[in-house]
Design a protein around this ligand. Structure first.
Ligand code: NCD
Length: 317
């Protein structure tokens, strides 16, 4: 079925055929997606129905790890564009009868899926599915590695607040080591011309071989100096070998984001967090709720628009 026409300013080059890593996107794909995100944000702001560009397409959301924001916003995004969306109830699925993740995905793909959104921690699973299945694979989060649509929505939220990302200084703080958001954000923001810094204690910092070009700061005052944007990260205890027994010990005193510590950054610096937040662990609730400072709910808003853009571009370009 021919897709309804997209308004002329958004016609143009999108070439990616999957979205597993930010590296799957060319510079023009990124520009295209950010413009299309803003286009769909307009529909959401005006509470206007978007054109059913994905009518007749089948989208399967397969989340083997917990999710609130990502799963629900992919669900909404697909539905708003007219797709048939299926959310696989993983806890009640045949995975619990011993079926492998690949077999489960292959079975679902055989139900004529056009796109599968996969969240899983098994290394290499997304690549394997991309090779095996004919549907488009979108990464909804893979272990500690990448979360590309989170990076796109974060970039859209920053752009909507600052006008551009180029030349901004963005400090990503906390448990960088276990954060797929930090990895995808750092890749995307640097490609968009920002200076990105990782800030946190040494035991929560990734190895030097990972994203070696990103500045590392082990002290909050240095890390936040002259930052335009400060992003907090959740302490991802579930990915720590010892269950994170000691990781949070003394963390808030040294690295907690509060109205006091945000003063190390530029006056008026914005606060972000991909959620879920642990108030009082990495961020003070009063700062997170400060409407002047916080872009956190704007990130959630852009989550739907950015996923509408990604699904549309991947399925109809
Ligand atoms: C993040 C994730 O799942 O990687 N959350 C999200 O997708 N909004 C961050 C986290 O779990 O801490």
């Amino acid at each position: 079925m021919a897709s309804p026409q997209r308004p002329s300013p958004l016609q143009g080059g999108f070439s990616a055929r999957r979205l597993i890593s930010i590296d799957d996107l060319s510079d023009s794909d990124i520009a295209f997606l950010l413009d299309l995100t803003e286009h769909y944000a307009g529909f959401l702001k005006r509470a206007e129905p978007a054109p059913p560009r994905l009518a007749g397409k089948t989208q399967i959301n397969l989340f083997f790890e917990d999710s609130t924001r990502t799963n629900l916003s992919f669900d909404l995004a697909g539905k708003k564009l007219g797709a048939d969306v299926v959310n696989v109830p993983v806890n009640a699925s045949s995975v619990h009868k011993g079926e492998s993740l690949v077999d489960t995905a292959q079975t679902l793909a055989a139900m004529s899926a056009d796109v599968m959104i996969v969240r899983a921690k098994e290394p290499g699973l997304h690549e394997t599915l991309d090779q095996l299945l004919s549907c488009v694979i979108v990464n909804g989060g893979d272990g500690v590695k990448e979360h590309p649509t989170q990076a796109l929505l974060d970039a859209a939220a920053i752009r909507s607040s600052f006008g551009a990302i180029e030349d901004l200084t963005i400090a990503i703080c906390g448990d960088v080591k276990h954060s797929r958001v930090a990895g995808s954000d750092a890749r995307l923001f640097s490609r968009l011309g920002a200076t990105v810094r990782f800030v946190g204690p040494a035991h929560l910092m990734p190895g030097d071989d990972l994203l070696p070009d990103i500045e590392r700061h082990y002290n909050l005052r240095d890390g936040l100096e002259a930052a335009d944007v400060v992003m907090g990260l959740r302490m991802q205890f579930e990915r720590m070998d010892d269950g994170g027994r000691d990781a949070a010990q003394g963390y808030f005193d040294e690295f907690g984001l509060t109205h006091q510590t945000i003063k190390f950054a530029k006056p008026g610096a914005k606060i972000m967090h991909p959620g879920p937040m642990n108030r009082g662990v990495e961020i003070d609730g009063a700062l997170a709720d400060d409407k002047e400072r916080s872009l956190i709910l704007r990130q959630v808003f852009y989550g739907v628009a950015a996923r509408m853009a990604a699904l549309d571009a991947l399925l109809t370009s």
